[in-house]
Design a protein around this ligand. Structure first.
Ligand code: SF4
Ligand code: SF4
Length: 241
């Protein structure tokens, strides 16, 4: 049953990567920025807004863990092909700086244009800059995984990840039931298979030992749950203190 579940997620990741040229129209900070620069709400804007609402009760699972094609690309390259983990813990903070920069940039565009003017889902598609921007963006995040390990962009640079972490934290603050990890450290044999399985390069066994499964880098992908031979880790959907 467990292997069956793993296979399903792996297939989802492969499908996301194959569909990346199409999904780019829906999940792109580049297209979101180009639209906002002209006061236009694009498909990417709507998808990111929906992801934020979902993050209130699903954390980063539905977005980063299961539907983001960039995350899928990085995980397949970094973890499955190269077996390389992101290890630079101090670099985690860079994405907060990127988030602030991105937030200020979007706010500046909205203020400069005098507010949002309307909705045109695929407005930036005719922009000639995209011929360079789209492949450059995809190649860059793929390369980051080659150089720094699986999901290096997610861990060190993605502003959307910060946005969704804010959503997850907000959901807990207002006492919404939410998806999160739980563990029973007494069952743990310290085999560290969970550490090896984590595509975000987290020290999961340490989290289990400390009885603290909360981590802003956790995308709730469930790989550690599937790999643990002692069934120490599990999902819970409940109000978290
Ligand atoms: S801690 Fe577990 S659920 Fe979270 S990212 Fe790592 S493997 Fe996925
Ligand atoms: S895989 Fe399970 S038993 Fe092994 S270290 Fe992780 S939590 Fe403990």
């Amino acid at each position: 049953m467990k292997n069956h579940k793993i296979r399903i997620r792996t297939y989802i990741l492969i499908a996301l990567v194959i569909m990346l040229p199409v999904l780019f129209n829906l999940y792109s900070p580049v297209l979101l920025s180009l639209g906002i620069r002209n006061g236009i709400i694009t498909a990417s804007f709507i998808v990111f807004a929906v992801w934020f609402i979902i993050s209130l009760f699903m954390g980063r699972s539905a977005s980063c863990g299961y539907t983001c094609p960039y995350g899928a690309l990085q995980e397949l390259v970094g973890k499955y092909v190269l077996n390389k983990k992101p290890k630079h813990v101090k670099a985690d903070k860079i994405r907060y700086i990127v988030f602030v920069f991105f937030f200020l940039m979007v706010s500046y565009f909205v203020l400069k244009i005098g507010g949002l003017k309307g909705v045109d889902l695929f407005a930036p598609n005719g922009n000639p800059q995209l011929v360079i921007l789209i492949p450059a963006f995809i190649i860059t995040i793929g390369l980051l995984s080659v150089l720094f390990g699986s999901r290096a962009f997610c861990r060190y640079l993605c502003p959307q990840g910060v946005f969704l972490t804010i959503g997850a934290t907000l959901g807990r603050k207002i006492k919404m039931p939410s998806l999160h990890l739980i563990s029973n450290h007494k069952d743990c044999s310290d085999c560290k298979l969970c550490d090896k399985s984590c595509p975000m390069g987290l020290n999961v066994s340490h989290m289990v030992k400390n009885n603290d499964m909360e981590n802003p880098n956790c995308i709730l992908c469930g790989e550690c749950i599937e790999k643990c031979p002692k069934e120490t880790i599990n999902y819970s959907f409940s109000i978290k203190d």
